[in-house]
Design a protein around this ligand. Structure first.
Ligand SMILES: Cc1cc2nc3c(=O)[nH]c(=O)nc-3n(C[C@H](O)[C@H](O)[C@H](O)COP(=O)(O)O)c2cc1C
Length: 368
């Protein structure tokens, strides 16, 4: 309870200050602890103890991994990490939209750089627990003249220290990054990351993180490239540049990526499209606007093998991963499922998945 109160106090600080405070608390151990609910999923050869992961952007520089896992997440994706350190965009660059349960951020890949992150990861690995899945989300430096090569360099340095690599080509906050989602550059980046893994004699799953603003044609060609290149998973989605139906007047015109509740439907629709295009060839990480058990279940019904969240951790509180995992475990029990894989991707329409998830939550979360 004290942590939930503290979380509501932190909400009154400016967006970036509260983010820094949370990272400091989690990195020094002055933070709450919740159990890691066991609801395992095998995805891309990795054993995830539960499906709820912490999305990239929260622990950008690998400073607070133990603290993040202590909140009950089954996986943590650090980053975005760039090869060289860079400051990101000028402040202010994170904005709360409380009426919308949302954020707009334009951090712009502020990163301590791969060397600093690598040394933190090496240290952390000595104390990590066996089932703590860690991924690194990699990106290109703003000033880089060869952005494709940046993904190669970052993978070469960091891959041996993590369980999976996510190629981030969907941030709206660095000029030109989202253009890398087109077939030709995407193919080159995936090949260069694969080449780095071969050079290091490593076998690690590669995920690619996509934008929710891709049109159907571009989404289709991106999925086609990923299948042909043997990518393990698609993280869908990053933040959106859309501002449809926002209530907040003060901050809605800020440049940057919108996350949280208003992103939920859009990211679900993209997940659904991508899931049907992939025809079972790729795994999916469902991200975007998850703030309760029902949202999480909808993403699973639409094809998400595992999930990630960020905004609701900041807006609702540190118990969110534990709460969602506990709810999902109760739904599984109520529906007589061995695991969530049995129901993953069983709905082809957002409205039907929404209705079914509502029924499941009302039925099983009251009973158990
Ligand atoms: C403040 C902030 C910073 C973020 N930074 C990154 C980042 O560095 N790399 C990345 O891939 N995604 C980043 N994201 C996007 C999240 O990982 C996630 O895809 C998005 O916020 C949607 O999930 P949510 O609605 O649960 O927040 C950031 C999001 C927020 C709110």
């Amino acid at each position: 309870m004290i942590w939930q109160k503290l979380a509501s106090f932190i909400k009154f600080l400016p967006g970036e200050a509260s983010h820094q405070l949370a990272i400091r608390a989690l990195s020094t151990g002055i933070s709450p602890r919740y159990s890691c609910v066991q609801l395992p999923r095998e995805v891309a050869g990795l054993h995830f103890p539960n499906p709820v992961g912490l999305a990239a952007g929260f622990d950008k520089n690998a400073k607070a991994m133990a603290g993040c896992f202590a909140l009950g997440f089954g996986s943590v994706e650090i980053g975005t990490v760039t090869p060289l350190p860079q400051p990101g965009n000028p402040k202010p660059r994170v904005f709360r939209l409380p009426e919308d349960n949302a954020f707009i951020n334009r951090y712009g890949f502020n990163s301590h750089g791969m060397e600093v992150v690598a040394s933190r990861l090496s240290k952390w690995r000595k104390t990590r627990l066996a089932d703590q899945i860690i991924g690194v989300n990699i990106g290109a430096n703003k000033a880089s003249e060869n952005k494709v090569n940046d993904y190669y360099i970052a993978c070469l340095r960091l891959a041996e220290l993590v369980d999976y690599i996510t190629i981030n080509i969907s941030s709206p906050n660095t000029f030109g990054v989202r253009d890398l989602q087109r077939s030709a550059p995407l193919k080159k980046i995936i090949k260069s990351v694969k080449f780095a893994l071969v050079e290091k004699k490593l076998v690690k799953p590669i995920f690619v993180k996509l934008s929710p603003d891709l049109n159907k044609r571009d989404l289709s060609s991106a999925i086609e490239v990923m299948i042909s290149e043997g990518v393990s998973g698609v993280v869908i989605s990053n933040t959106t540049i859309s501002r449809a139906e926002l209530k907040n007047i003060k901050n809605r015109e800020q440049d940057g990526g919108l996350s949280g509740k208003p992103l939920f439907r859009l990211s679900c629709e993209k997940l659904l499209d991508a899931y049907s295009l992939a025809e079972g060839e790729i795994k999916f990480v469902g991200v975007g606007g998850i703030s309760n058990v029902k949202d999480a279940y909808i993403k699973i019904l639409l094809g998400a093998d595992i999930l990630q969240l960020y905004s609701s951790l900041a807006l609702i509180g540190p118990h969110i991963a534990n709460q969602i995992n506990t709810g999902l475990a109760n739904i599984c029990k109520g529906e007589g499922l061995q695991n969530l894989e049995e129901i993953c991707g069983s709905f082809k329409s957002f409205c039907k998945a929404n209705q079914y998830a509502e029924y499941a939550v009302n039925t099983y979360l009251k009973t158990y």
